[in-house]
Design a protein around this ligand. Structure first.
Ligand SMILES: Cc1cc2nc3c(=O)[nH]c(=O)nc-3n(C[C@H](O)[C@H](O)[C@H](O)COP(=O)(O)OP(=O)(O)OC[C@H]3O[C@@H](n4cnc5c(N)ncnc54)[C@H](O)[C@@H]3O)c2cc1C
Length: 500
């Protein structure tokens, strides 16, 4: 029999991704009886840890933005973040290597970055300041509605600021693409490419997604980019430990096979052939698999809607233990492609691996020496990949071929010839991302934001269709990326606490 008081609600959460952990911590603190069922043996979903031959790697996310979101989570449950986790601001957000040999450090200090741009490109510093002011305006107009609140609550629209947003649509720049907007601020192709790159922070295409996504540049340059001491897994571990402290129970290696329904109400979950009843079920699993596999609902209009939406891009990651100390590389590095437009056409239109991929290299051993043996480094090397929906993707290029392309490019742009210096290797393909985290077709950030109304197409946090079913995580509102999934957990927890 279901409880009626919020205080004693029993809650089953499917998945221990950061969104699931965020919801679990808040609900347990509020007095609910929370159990998390996770199919993997460890928590974190995309943000797990991999150890191999003395090297340690963060499996997925590497950059923390909007740290105040993490801080808020700890504060909201009466804890001090500093007692659990140390977040550090990056001086150099990313080191950019261009095919013509240009090097550019994206310093978090605005004046320093402006000087770097002026010294190495044809842009003037004023162009950067003007651009960042424009990005800030979009953030101020949209963040409250699109990131921090439940998009489907009447309350969200009841304050003056929210109304202003709706009426000032031109200011949020949703009618131009990101690339069109960036071209209107800058003439230098290298700077346009640099700011276009932020579309990839939610798995989208800068030549298609609305310029509203330029808020991401504001988030990175004006609020800052951060890393956690000990690497990204320290964040997962801190949230996991916090959840334990709050009384959350965890069942690992426990895939949920089904969400139990009675008519249009959910009653619990089925795992290991055993029915477990609860007042509320939260799915931190991907929306597609929640409808398709867990609810066995492929016919409803909602399920059909999700099947038609374009998933965000995926990634191919090589985890390399390298016998090198790379003075020339920083913690975060980008080796750009020569033709960015072509790269995105290949990814999103042709659905194939890029022939000249932009390469991202993240080296956590630069700030966390324990992540690699002395004198060596742990290179997380990632390229954008089409989601594994594409029957072409695998056939068109083998991992071996891509490895060769990457190694050749690293040598050409950075001077490091690491082919003979690879001591250990693991690979994560789009298919692995789907297998390991349940993400539909290996998409990293739920649906892509390539359409102007993507924000309104995401799964709402409280199901409209099934009573007592909620969603949190990258495929639900407000979307993917660490701060957003933590906010997603917050919105979901608040919804549950406020629903009688
Ligand atoms: C390669 C890569 C790089 C990234 N880089 C960044 C970055 O630098 N910065 C950033 O902010 N974000 C980044 N992201 C995105 C970020 O990692 C994700 O948005 C976020 O971690 C997703 O959290 P989530 O709550 O959606 O859960 P997920 O991480 O998707 O976890 C869902 C969990 O549910 C479990 N699950 C699914 N189905 C079931 C089932 N039936 N039964 C039980 N358990 C189930 C899965 O095993 C998984 O543990 C990156 C992601 C990847 C993959």
């Amino acid at each position: 029999m279901k409880q009626t008081s919020n205080k004693y609600k029993s809650i089953s959460i499917i998945g221990s991704g950061l969104g699931g952990l965020s919801a679990a911590v808040r609900l347990a603190h509020a007095g609910c009886d929370v159990t998390v069922y996770e199919k993997n043996p460890t928590p974190g979903g995309k943000a797990r840890s991999l150890e191999q031959n003395g090297f340690r790697f963060d499996t997925g996310p590497s950059l923390i933005t909007m740290p105040f979101v993490i801080n808020e989570l700890f504060e909201s449950v009466g804890e001090n973040l500093a007692d659990w986790l140390t977040l550090n601001k990056l001086d150099n957000l990313c080191k950019y290597f261009y095919p013509d040999g240009t090097l550019l450090n994206a310093y978090s200090d605005k004046e320093k970055f402006a000087a770097e741009i002026e010294a190495n490109t044809t842009e003037k510093r004023e162009a950067l300041y003007k651009y960042l002011d424009y990005c800030k305006t979009i953030y101020e107009l949209t963040a409250d509605i699109f990131l921090f609140k439940d998009l489907y609550s009447a309350k969200t629209y009841s304050n003056l600021k929210a109304l202003k947003t709706l009426f000032k649509l031109p200011k949020i720049d949703s009618f131009r693409t990101m690339n069109e907007a960036n071209r209107s601020f800058f003439k230098d192709k290298k700077i346009i490419q640099l700011f276009n790159r932020y579309a990839t922070y939610n798995g989208s295409d800068p030549y298609k997604c609305p310029a509203t996504l330029n808020i991401i540049s504001h988030v990175e340059y004006s609020i800052g980019g951060y890393y956690a001491s000990g690497g990204m897994y320290s964040l997962t571990d801190a949230l996991y430990r916090l959840a334990l402290k709050k009384g959350v129970k965890f069942c690992f290696s426990s895939p949920v096979e089904k969400i139990i329904t009675e008519g249009k109400s959910v009653n619990g979950i089925l795992t290991g052939g055993k029915e477990i009843l609860s007042d509320v079920v939260i799915s931190n699993a991907d929306v597609y698999s929640t409808y398709g596999k867990l609810l066995n609902d492929t016919k409803s209009s909602t399920a059909k809607k999700y099947n038609k939406l374009e998933p965000s891009s995926s990634a191919l990651v090589f985890y390399w233990g390298v016998n090198v100390t790379s003075q020339k590389l920083d913690t975060h590095n980008i080796l750009f492609s020569a033709d960015y437009k072509k790269e995105f056409e290949e990814l999103f239109d042709k659905k194939k691996y890029p022939t000249d991929p932009t390469i991202y290299i993240y080296i956590s051993s630069k700030f966390s020496p324990g992540d690699a043996p002395a004198g060596k480094e742990n290179w997380f090397v990632m390229i954008n990949a089409p989601n594994c929906a594409s029957p072409n993707a695998k056939a068109q290029m083998s991992n071996e071929k891509i490895r060769d392309i990457i190694l050749t490019k690293i040598k050409a742009l950075t001077g490091y010839d690491i082919k003979e210096k690879l001591e250990t290797e693991s690979i994560m393909t789009p298919q692995d991302i789907e297998d390991q985290t349940g993400s539909y077709k290996g998409s990293i950030y739920g649906i892509s934001s390539n359409s102007r109304n993507a924000a309104f197409l995401r799964q709402r946090n409280m199901s409209k269709q099934y009573r007592d079913l909620y969603f949190t995580g990258g495929s639900a509102h407000p979307g993917g990326g660490i701060p957003l999934v933590i906010l997603s957990g917050k919105i979901t927890a608040e919804k549950i606490m406020n629903t009688k």
